[in-house]
Design a protein around this ligand. Sequence first.
Ligand SMILES: NC(=O)c1ccc[n+]([C@@H]2O[C@H](COP(=O)([O-])OP(=O)(O)OC[C@H]3O[C@@H](n4cnc5c(N)ncnc54)[C@H](OP(=O)(O)O)[C@@H]3O)[C@@H](O)[C@H]2O)c1
Length: 151
Amino acid sequence: MNLDLKDKKVFISGSTKGIGFETAKLFLEEGSTVIINGRTKKGVERALNKLNNKNVSGISADFLDNAQIEELIKKIPDDIDIIINNVGIFRGKDFYSETIKDWQDHFEVNLISGVKLSKHFLPNMLKKNWGRILFISSECSSLVPGDLLKL
Ligand SMILES: NC(=O)c1ccc[n+]([C@@H]2O[C@H](COP(=O)([O-])OP(=O)(O)OC[C@H]3O[C@@H](n4cnc5c(N)ncnc54)[C@H](OP(=O)(O)O)[C@@H]3O)[C@@H](O)[C@H]2O)c1
């Protein structure tokens, strides 16, 4: 498949596993240059070894730690073409067990991480008149499964 993504520079948050990792594979197949991310150097190294492709590199940063996010932003090239805000956590506790800190962490990682990256990289995308920012969400927001409703 040719999706016209050859040589595009792509950053994918939370991509050492799961949907982010599979997305990285697809971009690499399309000839893009990809930066993957996870919380630890070890996790990133493991994923890079699995991908085994000269066009992929990685940056470890925990989206719960603002200092690490700032460092991450400095390491992503300013001319990045595509940002995939994929990182997401789900602690799966019932409503009464879930603490306010849990709620804050979910908002920080699942939503605010993408806002921070978008605020930083969108102006340059607009200047060069090309760029894409995608947010990975969940159909659970509209089709709520029973096990998410436990009280
Ligand atoms: N899986 C589903 O059924 C499903 C359904 C609907 C929507 N989604 C959404 O799709 C996205 C990906 O989900 P997934 O199931 O593929 O995730 P996953 O398999 O749990 O993978 C999570 C990824 O995020 C990284 N990560 C976790 N916490 C992080 C943090 N604080 N900072 C930086 N990286 C962090 C992990 O890296 P390390 O472990 O290496 O740190 C890993 O690469 C999420 O936004 C999720 O809400 C998933």
